[in-house]
Design a protein around this ligand. Sequence first.
Ligand code: MN
Ligand code: MN
Length: 478
Amino acid sequence: MKKDNAWNSYSEEQLTELEALAGRYRAFLNVGKTERECVTETVRIARENGYRSLEEVRASGETLKTGDKVYAVNMEKMVALFVIGEQPMEAGMRILGAHIDSPRLDVKQDPLYEDTEMAYLDTHYYGGIKKYQWVTIPLAIHGVVVKKDGTKVQVCVGEKDEDPVVFVSDLLVHLAGEQMEKKARLVIEGEQLDLLVGSRPYKEEKTAQSETEKDKEANAEQAAAKDAVKKNILAILKESYDIEEEDFLSAELEIVPAAKARDCGLDRSMVMAYGQDDRVCAYTSLEAILSVPAQERTCCCLLVDKEEIGSVGATGMQSRFFENTVAELMDAAGQYSELALRRALSRSRMLSSDVSAAYDPLYAGCFEKKNSAYFGKGLVFNKFTGSRGKSGSNDANAEYVAAIRAMLEKHQVAFQTAELGKVDIGGGGTIAYITALYGMEVIDSGVAVLNMHAPMEVTSKADIYEAFKGYRAFLQEA
Ligand code: MN
Ligand code: MN
């Protein structure tokens, strides 16, 4: 089946819209490098667009009505936005879902050590990565440190031009004869992904005049003392953030590439950035819900955490947060009953959005050409995902796929269908199978990505634009 390249279809006006969207998307990526940062930015944008927190509405005792816009946040890592529709929620909602966690390195709970007068932070990687891709590149530290008294310290080092960066070292090629013989999986091992954060010993502050020969000797001794480099790092952490070594125990520090989202290609047709899986779908879903007024059905944009490690935990899709929030929302609209909630969920339709593997001519052997996702061919739909005979997959009903096709054609959205690579070559899953448990109609959709899960991933601006158009059409029509 022939798929047209979306670039050929654009008017000047559309190209302007496409570039503007890509610019806002890059800005979102630059401030949203962790799930917490994405939630903060989403809430900021939502409030700017007239959304109020569901908690505020509950506290005021007000009854929600058609056209009201509310959001709910779960533990600063998961957020749901709603636009109340004309019909009761029992009729079902229109849900756009995506995830905002991305592969990265996480700092361990007892991370700081010194070896040979070099200070390191020990890490444990998060999500599926090719470990050898994460060495020798500038990295930034993002996250929170929560002290025993509950004080939360926000950390972000490595993003401003004047900030220092950190990195994981690799063996020089001159000495790498043995290393180069290893399997790629073992070239860099998990425990080697330690961040070099310092190399200068601690030195007591003294004024020049008072520095006697004896002081100089004492300083030299101290510098040579065990763990003086680590001590210096701790002094810097105390000075900059007022935190102690023990505070790492209750910290969430995420190590991400210290690089900004950039236009990519001499023709500027692509975006290169960290964390596009799955913020490309999250951001376009967010813009879609912001762009629509109240519809017949209640609209929802759900951005979740922990997809990369199986949607587990209180902030992953498997948690009851979404169901509980819909119950609260229905109650706030005077529409709650257990049965009405069940109906609202089972009668809903959803686009579970996540990135697809873009066809890569340099690795053609891993794809089946007819059923691959291509740059510039629009929003990707996966009837099913999974691996080895569709195991772990959601399988969207043919009836639902037909309705989606009709809706996209009506709104002139470029779309394509794909599988993740050749049969039996690999696979992957998303959050679709979880919401499908409610009995709702759900299909995997998303944007094609090159270098998925690498420190820097690449998408096509045309696909970003078509994703936004497709999500908006879904909220209006599905
Ligand atoms: Mn994903
Ligand atoms: Mn992923």
